[in-house]
Design a protein around this ligand. Structure first.
Ligand SMILES: C[S@@+](CC[C@H](N)C(=O)[O-])C[C@H]1O[C@@H](n2cnc3c(N)ncnc32)[C@H](O)[C@@H]1O
Length: 360
């Protein structure tokens, strides 16, 4: 019989924690150096592409540092409590990094040109734009081809990790504890969990690690991102998550089908009325007693100290719905849809809404 070598058994906790902190510190330093260097290059070669942002106060930077430390601590605690395996803390898309990081640099002049020309809806000619909602046909974050090419899908995770100084996955993983907790009532059943706007599949990868026996489902509007997600998820042993191209406003599932639904970093990219529709569709497909977990950016009222950063964000990155998002009352939207037991949490620069569909 094949036995699995578990390195956690041989390395003391304190050393493991130090290794994790060093790993995160490495990612953060790399991201800061990347941003610093690319900003300098842009300012030398294409100064017109420089956005008009407000300077960040040193106190804000200190607060960010504190919140990062708290996030890492919460991550460590969850792994210790068995919410997910410790190995997940060291998960990183190394292969993609070595394969596609040069393309991030080579793509920069195109991005800067689009910024100067104020081109926000530019797609390669071979991309079929038919059938997508108009709010979606955007170069979100000034990404080449928006969400609609393999090129964009290959670069996306690298860019998000750099944007969040290596903490994007850590913030994503904060959904796992409340999701798992909310699914406890269905302990005797094989649970079904849907990730709405699954993108390149990182959340589904993390849910698979936390809930090895669950049946997983993911939907996204982008065929290219779904292809990328499929590559990632097909490499993981166990039941393959079922991926479908679909709109979160109109989920292709019957009523009351899922025990849990997650949705990460989608709402700030939707117009207000669409946010409501996506919440109502998720309510429809969740079973009575089931759990809904949303993760997205912090909002204006959460951390007024981060106001400058929130104001700068849509100026630097093309995010046409962000301004309306940061003052949107998602608790009211969840209540309107019928959810109850709603609570919110903040971790670093993310906010989480945890809600339950009433039991029958
Ligand atoms: C910022 S990305 C987040 C992806 C992923 N959840 C993550 O954690 O990185 C937004 C994703 O939402 C998808 N998307 C945007 N609008 C959508 C909609 N109405 N229905 C389904 N997917 C949508 C995009 O294709 C993209 O993959």
């Amino acid at each position: 019989m094949q036995s699995t070598l578990n390195i956690e058994q041989f390395i003391p906790d304190s050393l493991m924690k130090l290794t994790y902190q060093a790993f995160q510190y490495g990612k953060s330093s790399f991201s800061l150096a990347h941003k610093n260097f690319s900003t300098q290059l842009r300012d030398i070669f294409l100064p017109k592409a420089k956005p008009e942002t407000q300077p960040l106060h040193p106190e804000l930077l200190q607060k960010l540092q504190e919140k990062t430390t708290q996030l890492l601590e919460a991550e460590w605690e969850d792994a210790q409590q068995g919410v997910y395996p410790l190995a997940l803390l060291f998960d990183h898309q190394w292969e993609d990094f070595f394969r596609y990081y040069p393309a991030v640099w080579l793509n920069m002049p195109d991005v800067w040109q689009r910024v100067i020309q104020k081109q926000y809806q530019q797609f390669s000619p071979e991309i079929d734009q038919e059938g997508y909602p108009s709010y979606y046909l955007q170069n979100f974050h000034h990404q080449t081809d928006g969400y609609l090419s393999d090129f964009s899908a290959n670069l996306y995770d690298l860019q998000v990790e750099i944007l969040f100084n290596g903490t994007a996955d850590g913030m994503r993983r904060r959904i796992l504890a409340p999701l798992k907790q909310g699914l406890k009532v269905f302990e005797s059943e094989k649970v079904r969990v849907l990730d709405v706007a699954c993108g390149t599949g990182r959340i589904l990868k993390f849910i698979r690690a936390a809930l090895p026996k669950a049946s997983l489902f993911g939907i996204d509007l982008s065929p290219a991102y779904l292809r990328k997600a499929n590559q990632l998820l097909a490499a993981i042993p166990g039941e393959l998550p079922q991926l479908l191209q679909a709109n979160g406003e109109e989920l292709p599932y019957q009523d009351n089908y899922f025990h849990g639904v997650s949705c990460v970093f989608l709402f700030h990219e939707l117009p207000p009325a669409v946010r409501q529709q996506v919440i109502e569709e998720s309510f429809r497909v969740i079973q009575p007693g089931g759990i809904y977990v949303i993760c997205d950016s912090i909002q204006s009222l959460d951390l007024p100290e981060f106001k400058t950063m929130m104001e700068n964000f849509p100026v630097i990155f093309h995010e046409p719905y962000y301004k309306s998002y940061i003052s949107d009352d998602l608790v009211a939207r969840l209540e309107k849809a019928g959810f109850e037991n709603i609570r919110t949490e903040n971790h670093l620069v993310s906010k989480y809404w945890i809600a339950q569909k009433p039991c029958l």
